[in-house]
Design a protein around this ligand. Structure first.
Ligand code: HEC
Ligand code: HEC
Length: 299
């Protein structure tokens, strides 16, 4: 651990204060522990006739004080407390935390061991594994994909069979481990407002929505010239490239307004990568959970 201070002076400053306190406390304890000189000597003051004898601390009390002082010295030798001195045991909050995490991980390892050797399909059928998967999902994924994993605007539904990046166990695992990007350029500046509207009406026609036929006809050409490289010639999407525009599953909303917004402004979407943060066991459980959700394990 690095010094907590900007200059070594402060470390010595604190050591000096602590050591001085010890010396002072010991001096006080010992100097005040002189045996009384005469049995009847009082402090010389009297309150309503009550006088105070000048007696030292009772022995047990004195030794209790001494014990606390000795304990503190032992403590300060063993643990960090004197400025930047690290203590003989080399204890740090961080190492204690790491040790506790390692212990917990070892416990989980046993719990997961039963599943990690299995195929994703087999794990997904195990109710116990699904509970673990759900707990992990609730911890790491619900803020974006929702507690029911059905997503929200911009965050895909993971329970349907409509996949942006592929729904096989391998592809799902890849999505979770490596993260994903969903990037579409802004077409507003290129197509202009009218061009965007035409393209939008063509997109609307693809999924059987009400649309303006003239616009859709013009939009079809715009689409063929600009959009097929990602969305495919039939606009059914290309897995890993761009979504299907012919179904009624919309990542960004399927109203005319939403479609125009998507085409005008483009989209810049990101699924964070979890590899490195979540270990292999957890990735396995989450993959099985997501795969299970979209393959019949609707809970
Ligand atoms: C910060 C928000 C966020 C978090 C947290 C998050 N995701 Fe995602 N996830 C996304 C976005 C956004 C996408 C869509 C990326 C795109 O547009 O291509 C996505 C896509 C996915 C996909 C691919 C879906 C498809 O249709 O191919 C899977 C699988 C997935 N997430 C699983 C998870 C799991 C499991 C977790 C928890 C470990 C998680 N996500 C956490 C935002 C998030
Ligand atoms: C570089 C590849 C690329 C090109 C070219 C492209 N798109 Fe996209 N488009 C995408 C991606 C990727 C997404 C999904 C964004 C996300 O994951 O959030 C998308 C999403 C959309 C959506 C929203 C779909 C939904 O489910 O909400 C619409 C509508 C759309 N594109 C229309 C078009 C039109 C019209 C054009 C041509 C003018 C076009 N795209 C050109 C990659 C592309």
């Amino acid at each position: 651990m690095e010094s907590q201070f900007t200059s070594p002076f402060w470390s010595y400053y604190i050591i000096a204060i602590v050591v001085f306190c010890f010396v002072f406390v010991l001096y006080l304890l010992i100097s005040q522990n002189k045996m009384k000189t005469s049995k009847d000597e009082t402090m010389g003051h009297s309150w309503d006739g009550i006088e105070e004898y000048n007696n030292p601390l009772p022995k047990w009390w004195f030794w209790m004080f001494m014990a606390t002082v000795l304990f503190s010295i032992g403590y300060l030798v063993a643990y960090p407390g004197l400025g930047d001195y690290k203590g003989a045991l080399n204890w740090t909050q961080e190492s204690q935390y790491q040790a506790e995490v390692a212990k917990a991980e070892a416990g989980y390892k046993q719990l997961y061991a039963k599943f990690t050797g299995q195929s994703i399909e087999a794990t997904a059928k195990d109710p116990e594994a699904m509970v673990i998967g759900q707990n992990l999902f609730n911890t790491y994924c619900i803020q974006c994909h929702g507690s029911d994993a059905q997503g929200a605007r911009g965050f895909p539904d993971l329970t349907d069979n409509d996949w942006l990046h592929g729904g096989t166990p391998d592809k799902i695992r890849e999505s979770i481990a490596k993260g994903r990007f969903g990037i579409m350029a802004a077409w507003g500046p290129i197509l202009g407002e009218e061009g965007v509207k035409d393209a939008a009406h063509y997109v609307m026609s693809l999924s059987g929505m009400e649309h303006n036929t003239d616009r859709a006809v013009r939009g079809r050409d715009i689409f063929a010239a600009n959009c097929v490289s990602c969305h495919g010639a039939d606009a059914k999407g290309i897995t890993g490239m761009a979504p299907n525009l012919t179904d009624d599953v919309w990542l960004w909303g399927g109203r005319e307004k939403d479609i125009i917004e998507t085409i005008t402004l483009g989209r810049n979407n990101q699924m964070p990568a979890w590899e490195g943060f979540l270990n292999d066991d957890k990735l396995h459980m989450l993959t099985a959970y997501v795969w299970g959700k979209s393959h019949g394990n609707k809970q």
